[in-house]
Design a protein around this ligand. Structure first.
Ligand SMILES: Cc1cc2nc3c(=O)[nH]c(=O)nc-3n(C[C@H](O)[C@H](O)[C@H](O)COP(=O)(O)OP(=O)(O)OC[C@H]3O[C@@H](n4cnc5c(N)ncnc54)[C@H](O)[C@@H]3O)c2cc1C
Ligand code: FES
Ligand code: FES
Length: 1295
């Protein structure tokens, strides 16, 4: 594929590997081709991971390195994403840049809609997309700068709020300066005779014919060989499913496959035309033809915009989709629309035309097309008068996701009436292939299209489309209800159109209330507001503290120059390591046979636990955990052995033939049964007695699913022998290098090396270091002096590394009729997986935060870490707090519903109001919590919007709006006191430049940028003098993990300490020459033999938690915040849109507002993903099914709030952290739950209309499935629930 060619052969590592399957956009490049017919150049974005190099004959490929660099000129696209603070870890940035760059090559002044569409296939896990959108918005012709994020120094002097970046400084876009298409390729296309080509590889022969005759002959000779055009089906099949295709035919140069012919009846589109070409063509036809002729085209367009991301649509052809087993979307639409009309759809070479009818798809991935048949073109007819089409779908994400259910519905009326002549309905997602509801077809024929007819149709449909409760993909009740509600939506569309055309008889136009069923959800991205405090008057311009300084690596990330772990150049003879993992959830290992693996060419060694010298386990949080499974496996995905070979492919081949003989152990356990010790309990007041005294008692529960880290850079390690004495240099993506640096496992073993470590961290996740440490232990065994590299593929990474703990929360709450909560008893069960890892610490933190912002006088919590046969779950941003507080807030919501009041009122009644003690007797002042709450309500205009939402809900039957305001009180620093320390090392060189090393890990959160600002203030020099080195344990030993939102607090103080020392040492020379420059003082100091190197150290807070006494001081201080979100929910599909979000946070005096706002927005979106979208699914035998972006949906650009405002609380001081700032990395993630509770609020309105009041269950994430079912519409009510226990579900219900 082009990706490995670029990265491995050409050393162009700016193009990144994120998933390898076209789902993340990290590998986006621009492909340009000369089109001799029109003498034009076509530019399109594509995923390099799916682009076969053989297919690029005659094409020019532009990568991120090609458009600009720090050595030449940074391209405006690269500059704007960096300047707008749209790059944090930067791993997605080159892909974003290339998607935007390609758009600008085609449309130099795009609209916001163009931008949204261009970036739809690019995922970012850090930024929350808002700053990326704002940066690129500056390219729009009429860009609405007002109120958006532009830093304007002049504004500060005029008393206007400061902005995050200055648009006046941006490089202009000059299309005349872009790279030209290579003239030699034009010449080649014009003059060189087209010849057929053959590329013969190790396992595949790639044949590219140039004529139709040749293609026919090839297909006749090799009927089993696929025709590959987009490679978006065949590519993933080969890569992920091991499909073998010894011969591949690539017909991209056969002109006939790209011809477009228009007739009065419709249009023939060459079978080789990409979906983007088809889309553009249909858009043109819709503009040009009378409306009645374009029903089919408009219906198709509705679907085409949702197929994959832009990069996929640019290469994939519609025929490929029809012929693939899983991707039914386009096919179903056309089938639904066209089949019963008796019109041909495909032109087959030599065979004439075939219909896409129910006989065409014969099973999962099977069609009636014969192996040697070739589709020449697709015919899409114009519609006829009185013929109406609908293409409706529902997917787990609004865009770039395969549909859960998709439908194509067509109805033909008798002219001038509402009497049905023909009806056809087809569904995808409710069977192995397209399902045609043929019994339902006939019911309304010759009958008027009215409620009575429809109601009978639903009954037949329900009976006709039945699904097994074990249906692959699950969501059975939801799918069935969608078959009805999508037909109902179509009905609403038709009623309106019919009324417009007939306007007589009993027909009525849709009421506003009913038309809400077909009105699309709002979709217009608005510029957001970011408010922060300007620096104090008189602050030196050189003092960068408090200013929105750009992330220090942003430009190198945007140009692709930043070096990530796998970008480190390969050393001579480097080896590759691939892990072999358990396929059983619980089994004895009876033997491991590596004989065959060792015979695979290139395989050097296979490491099993027997090969590990010394201790075969690592002790973490007091518990021993095996490095490689020796005698028993306890989850699927557990590491058993590792294959080392000359190349990664050889290592993979070796890994595939390692034979592990298992003996299954009794029934594996996937939910709570046994627990890791200790279990924790905490209580204040007398809960039992208080329950006797309250007006009401309510008991409820909520389940919260886990969350995959989905950092864009997968786990990577490179171990390079260097120097003498068996010294190893280990590069690894890790937040806790010192843990990886531990010599524990080698005490009696082979290692006598001096470790020299350098972390290259660009991740967004909290520490999984102990596991990575394991990998590096393996790697660091000297292999004949050769370096070893291990980079996990996305699927392996997701399988092995575990996730955020899924939690079941149960509660009993006692409250008075006025809303005051008097007693609460909460139980938390965290699914920890097969090892203890940090689970006990996580469940402790769960208990420490169970009060959130509320002063419940009698409060009891009990939490346990459940041992199960799933991969070990682990720490993730928030460390249990997001789970803990969701349960608490849900309890408050239930109290509000019991009392028939808004949840915000109950929250206010119960909030801490004055200096108080937490339930663990820690004193704090909630003043700023209350300020955040009040400001949030005021800035979001909560009261009037709540009223407006109520009015909206009364007028709209099928769309409901909901609001929620959620507070947070989040403890900062480690409750394990010894971790609150940090060190630094600062060198001043003779030329005045400064090198700062510290123990914090840069994973995108901007710690290096902040450390630069700290050093700048302390040394009184501009940041341009200061360089931050990558974190290395050889420079700063004994680092503590960059976690607990404490990285800047600790390392900032350590850097400050070292810089203060140095500045003091320079005092004599400064005094001698007060008007001198920094460089002159440094030079002088050197001549006077003053040491210009200093270490810094910070001995942080002595925090603790005594679980025996149930009291302690586990945090240094609290970060506060409040967030108001409003959503609009489509009750018929469960789809929703966050209309607006306003966040107010108290982060003291921000050291860098752009970095902090970036953390706030990014973690909010991660929280939104956790609570509303991201679903980990395991098979009944414990196999993780969601192992890539195709199955696991993180928020994309289509999911962000349409308006997203962030305010940093003014005039807040914090005596406990550097420069009065506060930690912000984790707290805001929980505020993503405001979207969850806003959805719940909207669902409550829908239920109320159905006559259902009071608390109800909505588990997290509130996916469209759960939301729709909770709305309890007429359609969901029709679905008979499957009897639990009577079937084996497709996926486990975790926790
Ligand atoms: C990340 C990602 C997201 C996706 N999202 C969606 C989605 O949301 N909805 C959806 O419907 N699909 C989706 N797909 C699937 C994709 O749209 C389809 O796979 C695509 O249409 C396949 O086209 P292709 O050219 O890439 O097929 P290829 O992989 O090149 O070929 C696929 C098959 O088509 C056959 N074929 C191709 N042309 C002809 C011909 N002329 N005559 C006979 N046989 C032919 C080939 O023999 C081969 O078997 C997604 C794919 C990816 C990777
Ligand atoms: S790596 Fe190519 S799309 Fe993810
Ligand atoms: S900056 Fe986008 S993934 Fe990190």
């Amino acid at each position: 594929m082009l990706l490995s060619y670029l990265r491995d052969r050409l050393r162009l590592t700016g193009t990144k590997y994120g998933c390898g399957g076209g789902g993340c956009g990290a590998c986006t490049v621009m492909v340009s081709r000369y089109q001799p017919g029109t003498k034009t150049i076509l530019h399109y974005s594509a995923n390099a991971c799916l682009l076969p190099v053989c297919q690029l004959q005659g094409a020019a490929v532009t990568t991120v390195e090609g458009i600009g660099s720090t050595k030449t000129r940074v391209h405006p696209v690269q500059e704007r994403i960096a300047r707008a603070h749209g790059s944090q870890c930067g791993f997605c940035t080159p892909g974003m840049v290339m998607s935007m760059y390609t758009l600008l090559r085609n449309t130099p002044q795009p609209t916001m809609e163009d931008i949204r569409e261009a970036l739809g296939g690019n995922l970012c896990r850090c930024t929350g997309y808002r700053p990326i959108v704002d940066g690129f918005r500056t390219f729009c012709q009429i860009s609405s700068f007002q109120g958006s994020s532009f830093y304007c120094p002049a504004c500060v002097f005029q008393g206007l709020p400061p902005q995050l970046f200055d648009q006046g400084d941006l490089l202009p876009l000059d299309p005349t300066q872009e790279l030209i298409f290579p003239p030699e390729l034009i010449l080649m296309a014009q003059t060189e005779p087209q010849m057929s080509q053959r590329f013969i590889g190790e396992n595949i022969v790639w044949i590219s014919p140039v004529s139709l005759d040749e293609l026919i002959q090839l297909k006749a000779d090799h009927p089993q060989a696929p025709l590959v055009i987009g490679n978006t089906n065949i590519g993933p099949d080969i890569k992920f499913k091991g499909a073998l295709h010894p011969i591949i035919i690539s017909p991209t140069r056969v002109q006939e496959l790209f011809a477009v012919t228009r007739t009065a009846q419709g249009v023939y589109i060459g079978a080789g035309c990409s979906l983007s070409v088809v889309k553009a063509l249909l858009e043109g036809l819709v503009q040009e033809l009378p409306e009645e002729k374009t029903e089919i085209y408009r219906a198709l367009l509705q679907q085409l915009g949702n197929v994959g991301g832009q990069q996929i649509r640019n290469v994939a052809v519609s025929v490929g989709s029809h012929l693939s087993p899983t991707d039914r979307q386009v096919y179903e639409v056309v089938q639904g629309l066209l089949v019963p009309s008796g019109r041909p759809l495909w032109s087959l070479l030599a065979l004439g035309q075939i219909l896409l009818n129910k006989d065409f798809l014969v099973g999962f991935g099977k069609t009636s097309l014969k192996p040697d048949e070739i589709v020449l073109s697709v015919f899409i007819p114009v519609s006829r008068k009185w013929e109406f089409m609908g293409a409706l779908r529902q997917a787990p994400r609004k865009e770039n996701a395969l549909a859960t259910v998709t439908s194509g519905i067509r109805v033909m009326f008798t002219e001038g009436s509402s009497v049905v002549k023909e009806l056809s309905i087809c569904y995808g997602g409710v069977g192995p292939c397209t399902v045609s509801a043929s019994r339902t077809f006939f019911l309304p024929t010759n009958r008027p299209w009215n409620e009575q007819t429809l109601s009978e149709a639903y009954t037949v449909l329900l009976d006709e489309i039945s699904l097994s409760p074990s249906h692959p993909g699950g969501k059975v009740d939801f799918r069935r209800s969608l078959t009805l509600s999508l037909l109902f939506k179509f009905n609403l569309q038709i009623l309106h159109k019919l009324w417009e055309m007939v306007r007589t008889g009993s027909l009525l136009d849709l009421s506003e209330e009913m038309s809400s069923g077909i009105r699309p959800l709002p979709n217009q991205l608005q510029p957001g507001i970011q408010v922060f405090q300007p620096v104090v008057n008189g602050q030196s311009v050189d003092d960068q503290v408090g200013r929105p300084v750009m992330h220090h690596s942003a430009i190198s990330q945007a140009t692709g120059e930043a070096v990530y772990c796998d970008d480190i150049p390969k050393t001579d003879g480097e080896l590759h390591l691939v892990l072999v993992t358990s396929t059983r959830p619980h089994a004895k290992i009876r033997g491991i046979d590596v004989t065959e693996a060792l015979q695979v060419p290139g395989v050097v060694d296979v490491i099993t636990s027997k090969d590990i010298p010394g201790k075969k386990f690592r002790t973490f949080t007091g518990v021993d955990e095996e490095l490689l499974a020796e005698n028993e496996v306890s989850c699927v995905g557990q590491m058993v052995c590792a294959v080392i070979a000359d190349t990664r492919e050889q290592a993979k081949r070796g890994a595939a033939v390692v034979k592990i003989h298992y003996e299954d152990l009794p029934e594996p356990v996937f939910t709570k049964k046994s627990y890791f010790q200790p279990q924790r309990t905490i209580e204040r007041g007398n809960v039992t007695q208080a329950f006797e005294e309250v007006d009401q008692v309510y008991e409820g529960e909520i389940r919260l699913g886990g969350q995959e880290h989905f950092y864009m850079e997968t786990q990577s390690m490179v171990v390079v022998p260097s120097g003498e004495d068996r010294e190893l240099r280990v590069y690894l993506s890790c937040q806790h290098p010192t843990y990886a640096n531990s010599r524990d496992s080698f005490k009696q073993g082979v290692l006598s090396c001096q470790e020299s470590w350098r972390g290259v961290w660009r991740e967004t996740n909290i520490s999984l270091c102990w596991r990575r440490a394991w990998f590096s232990d393996l790697l660091s065994r000297p292999r004949s002096g050769r370096a070893v590299r291990c980079v996990l593929e996305r699927g392996e990474d997701m399988l092995i590394t575990g996730a955020r703990h899924p939690v079941l929360g149960r509660y009993k709450v006692g409250f008075m009729n006025d809303g005051k909560i008097i007693a609460a008893d909460l139980h938390y069960y965290a699914n920890s997986g097969n090892t203890a890892d940090e689970s006990v610490l996580v469940v402790e933190k769960v208990l420490l935060h169970l009060d959130n912002a509320y002063n419940v006088p009698n409060l009891r919590g009990h939490s346990v870490a459940c041992k199960t046969n799933l991969p070990s779950n682990t720490a993730f941003r928030g460390f249990g707090v997001p789970q803990s507080m969701l349960v608490t807030e849900n309890m408050i919501n239930d109290v509000a519903m019991k009392l028939g009041r808004n949840a915000e009122e109950i929250r206010e009644i119960n909030m801490y109001k004055e200096v108080s003690l937490t339930h663990y007797k820690f004193q704090f002042d909630p003043k700023n919590l209350l300020r955040c709450w009040d400001e949030c309500k005021e800035k979001s205009d909560y009261d009037s919007r709540r009223q407006a939402a109520g009015e909206f809900n009364q007028k709209n039957r099928w769309k409901k709006r909901g609001l929620a305001v959620i507070p947070i009180k989040y403890g900062i620093a480690f409750s394990e006191g010894f971790l609150n320390q940090a060190a630094s090392l600062v060198h001043i060189y003779k030329d005045g430049s400064v090198l700062v090393s510290h123990g914090g890990t840069e994973m995108g959160q901007g710690i290096h940028t902040k450390m630069q600002q700290v050093a700048s203030r302390e040394l009184h020099i501009p940041t341009s003098f200061i360089h931050i080195t990558e974190t290395s344990t050889s420079a700063v030993p004994n680092t503590c993990p960059s976690a607990a939102s404490f990285g800047t607090d600790a390392n900032g103080m350590a850097v400050k300490n070292a810089c203060e020392t140095l500045y003091r040492r320079l005092e004599p020379v400064r005094k001698q020459n007060p008007t001198g420059t920094w460089e002159s003082w440094v030079k002088k100091a050197f001549l006077q033999k003053i040491s210009l190197s200093a270490t810094g150290y910070y001995r942080g807070h002595d925090l603790y938690m005594d679980w025996e006494k149930q009291e302690g001081q586990p945090y240094a201080y609290f970060t506060y915040g409040a967030c108001c979100s409003e959503v609009e929910v489509d009750c018929l599909s469960g789809d929703y849109r966050t209309v607006r979000t306003d966040i107010v946070t108290d982060i003291g005096r921000s050291i860098n507002p752009s970095v902090d706002i970036g953390q706030i927005e990014g973690s909010f979106i991660q929280g939104l993903g956790l609570y509303t979208m991201e679903e980990l699914q395991f098979s009944p035998s414990g196999v993780l099914l969601t192992r890539g972006p195709s199955q696991y949906k993180i928020p994309a650009i289509c999911d962000i709030p349409l308006q997203f405002n962030v305010y940093l609380l003014s005039d807040s001081d914090n005596p406990h952290a550097i420069y009065s700032s506060k930690g912000i990395g984790e707290p805001v993630l929980f505020l993503g739950s405001s979207v969850f509770f806003a959805i719940k609020d909207a669902v409550a309105a829908a239920r109320a209309e159905a006559g259902m009041d009071g608390p109800f269950t909505l588990d997290s994430p509130a996916t469209p499935e759960r939301t729709c079912l909770a709305c309890n519409t007429d359609f969901t009510q029709k679905i008979p629930p499957s009897r639990p226990g009577s079937f084996k579900p497709w996926a486990l219900n975790i926790p």
